[in-house]
Design a protein around this ligand. Structure first.
Ligand code: T3D
Length: 262
């Protein structure tokens, strides 16, 4: 037993990070934010080549812990900006800016900022029983944790607006059909597949994968000519890696490559 709100387990080149407040569906508190940031930064700092994030118990993450905030008395004006500025925004930036691939295994409901957290991962797998909920509108809030940016880009404006305005749950299977996530899996297969995928990513050319993330992120705002130039420049960098040499050599020698992440 542990009272840690985030568990971090090292494997061969990859880390599994688990939100651990199962009785609160892993809702975010200040403590959980701090432990999650430390776990992600620790894994990256110790040379992780891939990271898996998931939730303990029956939920993935129910967003902000709604019992943590002191509600304002008459006349008081709380500053919710502070919590986005110091907690959610740095978390989403860290996940999007790291060159290490992150897989999310959404084992149950992902609501509010918990959905934004899941979608900040590079590849999102979900159990068929999981649901995705933009629950903010029920509280008089706007979607945060990057949701107003990523959801319309993934599913288009019509679905993004309806999700945000109605707060209706979207099933994992519909999320897959819409392109919100990569794959919905049978509940009992989720963690095995997520771990196998993360281990596979950790054995791939790490520098190249990081540059793929960079290229796809940049394409969100680049026009074609700029993106073509970027592809040229990133390919130049790839050509200097040992993994590029290993990949081509292994192909020519008709054997499996052994990438070192360099
Ligand atoms: O303040 C700021 O920083 C602003 C930023 C906000 C970012 C946000 O994320 S706002 C959105 C916050 N999240 C929500 O609004 C979701 C609230 N939860 C729910 O709507 C439901 O729990 C779910 C739809 C996610 C799941 O429903 P269900 O029926 O499967 O489970 P449940 O019975 O509602 O929840 C189980 C327990 O977890 C329950 O506790 P209990 O009754 O057994 O003692 C419930 O209170 C607790 N729980 C669920 N979500 C939260 C929570 N406790 C605290 N905070 C939660 N977000």
């Amino acid at each position: 037993m542990t009272d840690k709100t985030v568990l971090s387990e090292q494997h061969d080149g990859w880390w599994e990070i688990t939100l651990n407040r199962p009785d609160r569906l892993n809702a975010f508190t200040g403590e959980l934010h701090a432990e999650l940031r430390a776990a992600l930064e620790g894994a990256i700092g110790q040379g992780a080549r891939a990271i898996l994030v998931t939730g303990a118990g029956r939920g993935f993450c129910a967003g902000q812990d709604l019992t943590e905030r002191k509600l304002p008395e008459a006349g008081e004006k709380p500053d919710l900006r502070h919590f986005l500025h110091t907690r959610y925004n740095p978390l989403i930036r860290l996940m999007r800016e790291t060159r290490i691939p992150i897989v999310a295994a959404v084992n149950g409901v992902a609501a509010g900022a918990g959905m934004g957290f899941a979608l900040a991962a590079d590849i999102v797998l979900a159990a068929r029983s999981a649901t995705f909920i933009q629950s903010f509108s029920k509280l008089g809030l706007v979607p945060d944790a990057g949701s107003t940016w990523i959801v319309p880009r993934l599913v288009g404006p019509a679905r993004a607006r309806a999700m945000a305005l109605t707060a209706e749950p979207v099933s994992a299977e519909k999320a897959e059909a819409w392109g919100l996530i990569w794959k919905a899996l049978d509940d009992d297969k989720l963690m095995d597949e997520a771990r196998a995928l993360t281990a596979k990513l950790a054995s791939m050319p790490t520098v190249g994968l990081g540059l793929i993330k960079q290229a796809l992120d940049a394409s969100e705002h680049n026009e074609l000519n700029r993106q073509l130039d970027l592809e040229r420049d990133l390919q130049y960098q790839c050509g200097h890696t040992a993994d590029y040499v290993e990949g081509v050599t292994a192909f020519r020698e008709k054997r499996d490559p052994k990438f070192r992440g360099e």
